[in-house]
Design a protein around this ligand. Structure first.
Ligand SMILES: [Zn+2]
Ligand SMILES: [Zn+2]
Length: 298
């Protein structure tokens, strides 16, 4: 376990190093020498770029340091009594995945609230668990899911802006070279080196993170966690479509508000998640939705 923890910390540190290294070196060695003296327009571009980088670092910090969600000690599902003492006892001896019965974690020795899963890496149950992220050395769960989505948004924006600005710098160089009567100033070895290294890092990094962001947004719009999305695919193969219904899908806008907050104007601003992660609104709780898939603990 010690070796695993050590390698996870190393991965998280290298991810942090990478997200600071690329914007910092691009700015110091490529953008600033090129844009100097800074005009209103170039100043605005640099302000937006640095704003995105600042937000990505802040959200990275929040993802790493926010506890994804612990099950409250002694938590029990509502209506547990209807199963009787015998069933409750047999559940404590295992039966974590018995369909239709309250879910129980025999490792943590406690009932699991809806959408909670046990993370082997963290060694405990995580409320509304999405996945364990080795790059952050933390689980993504109920309390830090919003920070994670904002982190991805600002990372993709920062990386995208960085690539566009490097392209613009190279384009400017080519334009100067073809301009009659002018001799372009050579870039210098250090800027060339950082352009090459950063572009080699930026292209794969931006593609992977953009893909991850699109998956996260797709799940967020449907109020699904990554685990639920994978379970849903399995269920739709194994059973019929009705098994794969989304009990928490309240509509695109409501689903987004669950993760990013009620006010769309503040969606990109870090904020605490709503609720305690033990109870979730189901379609069946809202008038007009069918309640076929609603169970007290799911
Ligand atoms: Zn557990
Ligand atoms: Zn975990």
């Amino acid at each position: 376990m010690g070796a695993i923890e050590g390698s996870d910390t190393l991965l998280a540190l290298s991810a942090f190093f990478l997200i600071v290294f690329i914007p910092l070196t691009s700015q110091v060695f490529v953008f600033l020498p090129w844009l100097r003296p800074v005009t209103v327009n170039s100043g605005l571009v640099l302000f937006v770029f640095n704003g995105c980088v600042g937000m990505l670092i802040l959200n990275y910090y929040l993802c790493v340091t926010t506890d994804p969600g612990r099950v409250a000690p002694g938590w029990e599902p509502e209506g547990l009594g209807q199963f009787g003492e015998l069933e409750a006892t047999s559940l404590t001896n295992g039966g974590e995945t018995i369909t239709g019965l309250p879910r129980y974690c025999r490792i943590c020795n406690g009932f699991k609230p809806p959408r909670t899963h046990h993370c082997k890496r963290c060694g405990r149950c995580i409320l509304r668990m999405d996945h364990h992220c080795q790059w952050l050395n933390n689980c993504i769960g109920h309390h830090n899911h919003g920070h994670f989505i904002r982190f991805l948004i600002f990372t993709v924006l920062s990386c995208g802006m960085c690539m566009v600005m490097i392209f613009a710098r190279l384009l400017d160089l080519v334009r100067e070279a073809f301009k009659e009567g002018t001799k372009p100033e050579p870039l210098g070895l250090v800027p060339v080196l950082f352009i090459a290294v950063n572009m080699c890092l930026l292209v794969p990094l931006t593609s992977i993170l953009a893909m991850l962001l699109s998956q996260q947004l797709r799940n967020m719009y449907r109020n699904l966690t990554t685990i639920e999305y994978l379970e849903k695919i399995d269920a739709s193969f194994a059973y019929d479509e009705s098994f794969a219904a989304d009990p928490y899908d309240l509509g695109c806008l409501e689903n987004t508000a669950v993760i990013l907050g009620d006010s769309p104007m503040l969606w990109l601003i870090p904020q605490r998640m709503k609720g305690d992660g033990h109870v979730f609104i189901c379609k069946g709780d809202i008038e007009g939705f069918a309640s076929d898939h609603k169970r007290p603990w799911e």
